[in-house]
Design a binder for this molecule. Structure first.
Ligand code: FMN
Length: 202
């Protein structure tokens, strides 16, 4: 099984979502024998934003592309292939300004590709990337459950994944991480217990 492990926190070793996404990946590896992990650090090795130049590069015949355009198309194809090849995905997803980090959004913009991961017909949109299992390791400084903010970054991610046909999604959550050392430790303990439960059942 191919497991794509993504991190997007900009906080390096101090990151809570990195800690949780690593714990999910380890639990997954322990729960079955044949897990091949592909790791992508979207913060330290950031994808460029999908842009007008990306569109032009994609629309330029391969033999006419300049070096920058060839690089752009290779990056887009490799990111998409990596996503399509994954049987499972672990996404480290902190809430930054009520959404996902822009580094994670840049990845989303590379994997939402008409005709490859979704399509429209007379019945509306259809996801083409189904059959994957996803675990989101979600973190937030505030507490959003029951608030107007909801879990905006989680809800957004789930909506995009559903759009691509992915419905087998679990969320492991540590929120209120800015409330102080003890609440943070408790939130991380709760999230770790969620991970243990998730893979005890596997
Ligand atoms: C740039 C930035 C923006 C943030 N915006 C929010 C926010 O909108 N809501 C919130 O609850 N916490 C916010 N936080 C706090 C983070 O969600 C919190 O620090 C969490 O631990 C981040 O996960 P990480 O440690 O994996 O980066 C923000 C943190 C940063 C660095």
């Amino acid at each position: 099984m191919k497991l794509l492990h993504l991190d997007s926190s900009i906080l390096g070793d101090a990151s809570a979502s990195r800690q949780l996404s690593a714990a999910v990946t380890e639990a997954w590896k322990s729960s079955q024998a044949d897990v091949q992990v592909i790791y992508r650090d979207l913060a330290s090795d950031a994808l460029s934003h999908f842009s007008a130049a990306s569109l032009v590069a994609g629309g330029t015949p391969a033999e006419l592309r300049d070096a920058a355009q060839a690089h752009e198309v290779a990056l887009a194809e490799a990111t998409l292939e990596e996503f399509l090849a994954a049987d499972a995905i672990v996404i480290g997803a902190p809430m930054y300004n009520f959404s996902v980090p822009s580094q994670l959004k840049a990845w989303i913009d590379r994997v939402c590709v008409a005709g490859k991961t979704f399509a429209y017909d007379e019945n509306g949109p259809k996801g083409l990337a189904g059959g994957k299992k996803v675990v989101i390791a979600s973190t937030a400084g505030g507490i959003h459950a029951g608030q107007a903010s909801g879990q905006a970054h989680e809800d957004y991610l789930i909506m995009v994944l559903n759009f691509l046909g992915i419905t087998d999604i679990e969320v492991v959550r540590a929120e209120g991480l800015a409330y102080g050392e003890e609440p943070k430790a408790n939130a991380l303990r709760t999230a770790q217990a969620q991970i243990d439960d998730l893979f005890a059942a596997a």
